[in-house]
Design a protein around this ligand. Sequence first.
Ligand SMILES: Nc1ncnc2c1ncn2[C@@H]1O[C@H](COP(=O)(O)OP(=O)(O)OP(=O)(O)O)[C@@H](O)[C@H]1O
Length: 659
Amino acid sequence: MDFEAIPGVGAKTADALTELDGSVDALETGDVATLARAPNISEGRAAAIARAAIRIRHDDPGGFLATDRARELYRDVLTLLQARAVTTYAEKRLKTLYPSATASRIEEVHEFTARAMKREPTAEIQDALAGVEPLSNPRDVTVRDRCLATTDAERYAEARKKIPELPVEVVEDARELAELARGYSTVVALDESFTGVTIEGDVRVEPDALETPAELVPERPLAFFAENRETLLAAVEVHQVAGMDAPLDIEELESALARVTTDGSVTGDDELARLTDAIADLDAGVSMAENVANDRLRDAIRERDVTIEGSDLLSLVEQGAGVDSLLSRELADEYDAAIEAAREHLIDTLSLDAGETEIARQAFPDEPSFPVEHDESVIARLREQLEAEKSRREERHKRDLAQTLADERESAEELVHAALELDVELAVSRFARDFDCVLPEFETGGNGFEIVGGRSPLLDVDFSAVEPVDYGVSGVALLSGVNSGGKTSTLDLVALIVILAQMGLPVPAESVRLGRFEELHYHGKTQGTLDAGAFESTLREFASLADGEAGRLVLVDELESITEPGASAKIIAGILEELGERDVTGVFVSHLADEIRDVADEDVAVDGIEAKGLVDGELVVERSPVKNHLARSTPELIVEKLADGGESGFYERLLEKFE
Ligand SMILES: Nc1ncnc2c1ncn2[C@@H]1O[C@H](COP(=O)(O)OP(=O)(O)OP(=O)(O)O)[C@@H](O)[C@H]1O
C-alpha cells in the first residue's frame, strides 16, 4: 500500500508502516492495534491513519469527488478493476487508488500503470495466483524446554519483545541459574557477567543470543515456512509461469519447503529416516529375528538323531538339567549359527550402525536355550540409544534448516509480495485490454477535455455493442439531444474517463487529452419537481458551485426538472454565466437549450446529439455530440417524417413552428 497517499503521513511514517507485517490488512480492517506496533506510532496516531485510509477508500481523500454521483462512479470504477483481480490482496490494493488533483500523485501511478499495461495476463498466471495469499505469522509458537535468563530488567523486556516464544526468567546469581537449569533442558543466560562462571546443568552464556533468534527458537522459521508453504509454492509458480526473476534460489526454497512439515518438524534426512524407521520397526524386527533363530534350531533338532549313553543321561537328569544342556552338548554349533542368524537379521532389518550393533548383539543369549528368547532389557537400551540419537539428529537438522530458512525469510516475503503486486498490475492490464484503453494525456495549464472514440464500460449494453463517442468541451456547454440519444451516458463517460485519468489509470478511448481538474462535480438527474424546501437547498448547492475554486469540472444532468421550465431556463442560464466567468469546465444536459440561450446574457455554446433519422420507427442516433449544434428533438423528427409523406400540408405547417 502506498502509505504516503494518506494525508498527514510523511515519508518516515510511511516507511515504518510499509515495513510492518500485516499493515495493509490492518489498514483495510481498521486494526489500530496492529498499526500501533510500528515504531513511533501511538494508538491515537494509528487511529487517525486508519480513519484517513477509510476516507480514501470509501470517500474521497483529496476532495476530488465532490458529489454523490461522482463517488458512485468511482466505486463503479473500483468494481470493474477488482473484478479483474485474483487475490483479495489485489482487490484491497486497488482500493487504495483514488482520483487526485495532484500531478505528482497521478504521475506516480502512471509509472505503475505503464508497467502494468505491458503485462500479459494469461490463464496460467491467473491459476497460479489463486494460491497466493499474504504471508501470515504463526501466532502461537511456544517453547517450554528452553528458557532465557537475565539479571537485568531492561534485558528482560528486550527478550520478551524479541523472543516471545521462550519463557524469560529473572535471576539474581549463578546459584539461581543452576536452579533454573533443573527445570529446563537448556538455559541461555544473557548477561556478560556470567561468562567464565561455572554453573551446573546445561546453561549457556550468550550475551548476543537475542540477535540470532533462529538459533534460539528454530521453531519460529520452521513454523513460518510450514504455515506459508502453499502460498510460497504458489508464488514460486507465479514467478515461473510469468517469467519473473525470483529474489531467491527457487530450487533451494522448494527443497527446504519439502523438508518442513505442517507441525514444524523436519523430514528429508536419510539418517533421521533410518533412526525413525529403526525405532518403529524395533519390536517387529526382534520378534522376526527370534523366529529366524527358532526356525533354524527347530529344523536342526528335527534332522538330528540324538544318541546319548544311558549313564550320561542319568547324570544329566540327576543334575536336574533340562533339555537346554542337551542342546549345548549336542547342538552347540547349530545353536551358535541360529543365534548369529537372528542377530544378523535384526541388524540388517533395522540397518543398525556399529554402536547400535554392539548392543543389538547382546539381545540374544550366548547360552543355548530353546525356544530362543530375546532379552527385553537389552532391547530397551537399544531403543533408548536410537531415540537419543534421533532427537540429537533432529535437533541439529532442525537448527540447520531453521538457519537456512531464517536467512531466506526476507526473500520469501519479497517473492510473495512480488506475486501479489503482479496481480494488482494484471488487474489493471486486463481492465485496459478488456476495454481497449489508452493512457490519457494531461495538458499542463490546459483546461477542458477532448475525448476521441470513448466507450463506456458502464452502459447497459454489451461492451462490444457500445458505439464510440467523440466529445470535447473547453469552457461551459449545454448538451441537447433526442430522447434516449445518450446524453446521460455521455456525461457518465466524461466523468468516468476523468476519474480514471486522475487516478493515473488508462481510459477506455482511442485518445484523451485533458487538463488536470481540481474537483469533479457531477449532479445526476433530479427526479421530478422539487418542493419549495428542496428547491431552495438545490439552489444553494448551485450557488456554492458558482462560488467555488477554479479548475473544476461540472457535469449536470437535466437540472430543469427541479421546477417549471420557464424558471428552470433562467436559473440554468444564470449558473452558466457565473461558471463561464471562472476557469470552470462544464457540461449541462438540457432539453431547454433553446430557451436557456434565449434568456442568457452571453452566448452559450450548445452541442447536440442528433438522430440521423428514423428506421422502422426507431431513432438512429449519432452518439457523438455535434459541436455548436442544437439537436432536433424527437417530436420534431416525427413531424418531419410525417411531413415527408403528408398531403394535407398540416405537418409542413407544424414543422415550420419548430424552426
Ligand atoms: N455510445 C453508446 N453506444 C451504444 N448504446 C448507447 C450509447 N449511448 C447510449 N446508449 C444507449 O442508449 C440508452 C439511452 O441513453 P441515455 O439514457 O444516456 O440517453 P439520454 O439522451 O440521456 O436520454 P433522456 O433524453 O431520456 O434523458 C442507453 O441506455 C444505452 O442503451
